[in-house]
Design a protein around this ligand. Sequence first.
Ligand SMILES: Cc1cc2nc3c(=O)[nH]c(=O)nc-3n(C[C@H](O)[C@H](O)[C@H](O)COP(=O)(O)O)c2cc1C
Length: 225
Amino acid sequence: MDLYEAMYTTRAMRRVKPDPIPDEILGKLFDAAVRGPSGGNRHTFRFLTVTDKEMMKKIKDIYHDAYWELQETSYAEVQTKLKEGDPNDPSVKQTRRISNSAEYFVEYLDQHPMLIFVFGKQGGESTTFPVLWNLCLAARAEGLGTFITTLLKLRKQEVEQLLGMPEGFWHMHAMIPIGYPTGRWGTASRKPANEFVYSEAWDNPVTWTGIPNWEEPENYGRNHQ
Ligand SMILES: Cc1cc2nc3c(=O)[nH]c(=O)nc-3n(C[C@H](O)[C@H](O)[C@H](O)COP(=O)(O)O)c2cc1C
């Protein structure tokens, strides 16, 4: 797969089939993941894969509680927007799409064939994220959907205990659910790149505009690898 295609289409895929992921595919994914850089090349990252359904159910309960706690606190404004916003407003529509997708995962977390937990040293996300994003891109190339989650950090201790982690050096940084998507692949929608980049000094606009380097062919998507 073309590198740009993978970068443009590695979306948050929360709806997946229960089909297991073959070991030879997992071997490829993790081999590509660990090619990512780490500070001092010290490989300060670890992964833990979970497929056991009893364990997943326990994780689902914790995720469920953490999700709704967040909606009542930090995300309360989002909930108000969904309840009171104009349903035809494109921004409300977009928020509803993300919220529906996130809530689907809350309800069906344990239907995923695998959850991948990612660990690093305390505050060491700058080292774990390059390798975990490599994993997501490699998964995309194999037709597997992923998405990054950090919500469980709200219940970090509980999750780490459940996974049998010793206290000390390693800390949970993220969980990546992975599986073969039920829906279609598509280009991630984002604001124009030039809105995120300044030139020479803070707030000075750049002289260029973003140039799409990959275009979605017609009928792109379903089962497309
Ligand atoms: C650091 C980080 C943490 C995230 N945490 C969660 C999470 O806990 N739960 C979740 O459903 N999605 C989570 N996401 C996924 C984002 O919601 C998703 O990447 C974003 O909405 C863009 O989706 P798209 O690429 O499909 O457009 C997280 C993403 C990042 C980068």
